[in-house]
Design a binder for this molecule. Structure first.
Ligand code: F6R
Length: 626
C-alpha cells in the first residue's frame, strides 16, 4: 500500500511539463471514472478495481485508484490495462471512500504521472476527470499569478485535469469551504467534463458534469458514481443521471444535487435499470454500433478540437510536396477518397487516393518529393502499413490520421493527427469515419489558407448534429428499415463528395445486414448498372443541396422511370422520392449528413434480419494481415 506522504515527490516531473509546453499540446481522453462512498469498511480499493475493469472498454492505457483509509490516502497508479493488474494488490485496503479512473489518451503521454487521480500540492485533494478542460492554459496562468509560483512548482503532469485540484486548493486557501471551492472551480471550467473529487477528512464526495457521462447508483447506505452503470451493477440497479452543469454532494447518508450556476436544488429522478451487465456497457443501447452512431455529435465535437499549429503544419507539408497520395482500406479508403476530393475542391491541391492493397503498383513513384497520407482508425491495417514502409525506404514523408495513439502508423509517421473519438468497439466503423471526414475538412481549409472558415463551418455542423442525431432519428430510420428488410439487393448513388459515401453506404449495409448492396457514382449508372434496375428495385439517392443536385435528380429520374423505388437522402423533398430521409443542409460537410442515416439503416436492417451488428460474420475490427 502506498501512502500519500510517500508519493509526494514521485509525481513531480518538470521535464515532462517543459516538453508538454514546448509541444503546445494537451491531453484528450475518453476514460472511465468511478467513485464510492458508503459504509463499506474493507476492500474499498478492490471495489474500485472491479469497477474499473467493467469500465475498461472506455479507456485502457493507464489507470489509478485513490482511497481514504485510516492510515492516510492510498494511491495506486499504473500504465497499462487495469485488467492486467493483480487483484491481490488491492485487497485489504479499508475505508469508506474511493475514486478510480481508467484512461484512454489520444494525444501525448501515456504515463503514470499523467494517469488520474490528480492532486493538489499537499495531496489532500484527489480528482478524477473524464473530458477536456479547454481553457486549461488560461487557468494555469490564473493559478500562477494568484499563487505566485512557477509551473514547475505547481504542476507535475501534462494533463488539463490537473488545474482542477489546484483551483479547489486555491479557493480553500481563500477561505471557502470544500463545497464552495468546488463550485467556484466548476464555474471556471470550459469544455466537457465529469469530475469526482475526494478530500482528505471529508466524509463525502463531490461530483459535477457537463457533456461527459456521469451516473449515480444508490445502494443501502452507499452511493456509486461512474461513467457507466456496469461499474456498479453488481451492487445496485437504482440509478440517476445528473444533468449538464449540475453538481452532487454524496455521503453514506444521502445525496444532494444542485445547479452549478445558481445553487438551486435539483430533485434526483431515480430509475431502475433492467439491462443485463453486458448490454449496460453500451450505455443502455442494445449494441455498440447504435451507441457509436448516436454518439457521433460528441465524437465530431472532439474531432474538430485540433491544434491549429498541427493542422497548419500538416497542410504546409501537403502543399509543398509534389505528389500527394491518400491511402486507406475499407471505410478508411472511402474517407481517403474524400480527403482527395476535399484537397482538390477546398484546398486547391491535386491528390490521388488509393486503396491500401492496390498501392504496390504505384510504390515506384514514391520519392522525397511525395507525401503519403494514411487514414486509419486502428493504425494497424497491414496493407496501409506496407505502403508506408515502402514510403519510408524512399524518404517519402508520412502523415497519418488515426484514432489509436501508439499504433504502428503513429510510430511510422512524420506527422499525426488524431480524431480523438475514443475506442470504437463495434466492428463496423461509424463514428471514426465521420470524425475522419471532419478532420479532413479542417485540413483542406487549412490547405486553402482559410482554416478560420473551416472551423466556423465545423462548429455549425456539430451544433446541427447535436440536434439531429438522436433516438428519434434512429426510430425514423427503423421504420424505413422495416420496409426494406426483405430485399435481396440495394443500390446507392451519389456524385462529387457523395460518391465515396455511396460506396461507404454499400459496405456498411453489406457488413452488418448481409444484403447485397452496391454504390455507384450517379453518372456511371447509364454505363452499365442501370441494366439491373427493374420494377421495385431499391435505390438510395444521396442528393445534397450542392452542384451535384441537378445531375443527381436527372439520374434519379432515369431510375424512377424504370420502376426503381427511390429512397431520397436529401435536405429537400422531391416528387421522385418514395421515401424521404430528410437531412440537414451542412454545405461541404454533406457527406457527414448523408452517411449517418445510412449507418442507422444498416444497423436496423441487421437487427431486423436477426444479425448481431457488433460482430458481423467473417470480419475483424483490425485487419493486421494482408
Ligand atoms: C468497415 C470497417 C473497415 C475498416 C478497415 C480499415 O466498417 O471498419 O472497412 O475501415 O478495415 O481499418 P482501419 O481504419 O483501422 O485502418
Amino acid at each position: 500500500m502506498m501512502l500519500e506522504h510517500r508519493q509526494a515527490t514521485v509525481f513531480f516531473c518538470p521535464k515532462a511539463w517543459k516538453l508538454f509546453c514546448g509541444a503546445g499540446c494537451y491531453i484528450k481522453h475518453m476514460c472511465g471514472i468511478f467513485g464510492y462512498v458508503g459504509e463499506r469498511q474493507s476492500d474499498v480499493a478492490l471495489l474500485a478495481y472491479w469497477a474499473l475493469r467493467d469500465l475498461e472498454y472506455r479507456g485502457y492505457d493507464s489507470w489509478g485508484i485513490a482511497a481514504m483509509t485510516p492510515e492516510g490516502i492510498y494511491i495506486k497508479k499504473s500504465v497499462g490495462k487495469i485488467s492486467d493488474a493483480n487483484e491481490r494488490e488491492f485487497r485489504g485496503v479499508s475505508g469508506k471512500i474511493a475514486v478510480g479512473h481508467s484512461r484512454w489518451a489520444t494525444h501525448g503521454g501515456v504515463s503514470e504521472v499523467n494517469s488520474h487521480p490528480h492532486f493538489n500540492r499537499d495531496r489532500t485533494i484527489s480528482v478524477i476527470h473524464n473530458g477536456i478542460v479547454e481553457n486549461h492554459n488560461e487557468l494555469r496562468a490564473f493559478l500562477r499569478e494568484k499563487l505566485g509560483v512557477s509551473h514547475e512548482d505547481l504542476f507535475v503532469s501534462e494533463t488539463d485535469t490537473e488545474v482542477i485540484p489546484h483551483l479547489i486548493d486555491y479557493f480553500l486557501r481563500e477561505g471557502k469551504n470544500f463545497e464552495q471551492a468546488f463550485v467556484e472551480t466548476g464555474k471556471m471550467l470550459e469544455g466537457r467534463y465529469a469530475v469526482v473529487v475526494m478530500k482528505k477528512g471529508e466524509p463525502y464526495l463531490l461530483a459535477m458534469r457537463d457533456g461527459s457521462p456521469l451516473v449515480v447508483g444508490e445502494g443501502r447506505d452507499e452511493y456509486y458514481l461512474a461513467s457507466d452503470v456496469p461499474a456498479f451493477l453488481d451492487h445496485t440497479r437504482t440509478v440517476c443521471y445528473p444533468g449538464d452543469r449540475e453538481y452532487l454532494k454524496v455521503s453514506a447518508d444521502g445525496m444532494m444535487m444542485r445547479s452549478l450556476e445558481n445553487g438551486t436544488k435539483v430533485e434526483p429522478k431515480w430509475i431502475e435499470i433492467v439491462w443485463d451487465k453486458v448490454s449496460a456497457t453500451k450505455e443502455g443501447h442494445a449494441h455498440y454500433m447504435l451507441k457509436e452512431i448516436l454518439e457521433q455529435p460528441l465524437a465530431l465535437d472532439k474531432a474538430i478540437h485540433q491544434e491549429d499549429e498541427q493542422l497548419l503544419a500538416a497542410a504546409r507539408l501537403m502543399k509543398e510536396r509534389e505528389h500527394l497520395f491518400f491511402i486507406g482500406c475499407g471505410t478508411a479508403a472511402k474517407m481517403a477518397k474524400l480527403g482527395e476530393l476535399y484537397a482538390a475542391t477546398v484546398g486547391e491541391k491535386l491528390a490521388t487516393a488509393f486503396v491500401g492493397s492496390e498501392f504496390n503498383t504505384y510504390g515506384r513513384f514514391l520519392d522525397r518529393k511525395s507525401l503519403l497520407f494514411a487514414v486509419s482508425q486502428s493504425g494497424e491495417t497491414a496493407d496501409v502499413l506496407e505502403a508506408l514502409s515502402i514510403g519510408r525506404k524512399k524518404g517519402t514523408k508520412i502523415i497519418s490520421l488515426l484514432n489509436v495513439v501508439g499504433s504502428s502508423m503513429d510510430r511510422m509517421s512524420d506527422q499525426k493527427l488524431f480524431i480523438n473519438t475514443g475506442p470504437e468497439i463495434a466492428v463496423a466503423s461509424t463514428k471514426a469515419a465521420t470524425a475522419q471526414i471532419a478532420v479532413l475538412i479542417l485540413l483542406a481549409y487549412a490547405l486553402g489558407k482559410k482554416l478560420g472558415e473551416g472551423k466556423h463551418l465545423m462548429r455549425k455542423v456539430v451544433k446541427e448534429m447535436k440536434q439531429w442525431v438522436t433516438l428519434d432519428l434512429s426510430r425514423e430510420i427503423r421504420i424505413v428499415a422495416q420496409k426494406l428488410k426483405d430485399t435481396n439487393d440495394l443500390y446507392i448513388i451519389g456524385r462529387g463528395l457523395n460518391a465515396p459515401i455511396a460506396h461507404e453506404a454499400a459496405i456498411k449495409i453489406q457488413e452488418v445486414s448481409y444484403i447485397h448492396a452496391e454504390g455507384f457514382p450517379g453518372g456511371e449508372l447509364k454505363h452499365g448498372p442501370i441494366a439491373l434496375i427493374q420494377k421495385g428495385t431499391l435505390v438510395i439517392a444521396l442528393i445534397p443541396n450542392d452542384e451535384t443536385k441537378r445531375d443527381m435528380e436527372s439520374n434519379t429520374t432515369e431510375l424512377k422511370s424504370r420502376g426503381a423505388y427511390i429512397i431520397g437522402v436529401s435536405p429537400s423533398h422531391s416528387p421522385l422520392f418514395d421515401e424521404w430521409i430528410q437531412v440537414p443542409d451542412i454545405g461541404v460537410a454533406s457527406p457527414i449528413a448523408s452517411l449517418i442515416p445510412i449507418q442507422l439503416l444498416a444497423y436496423h436492417l441487421a437487427v431486423l434480419r436477426g444479425n448481431d451488428p457488433d460482430k458481423p460474420r467473417n470480419l475483424a475490427k483490425s485487419v493486421t494481415v494482408k
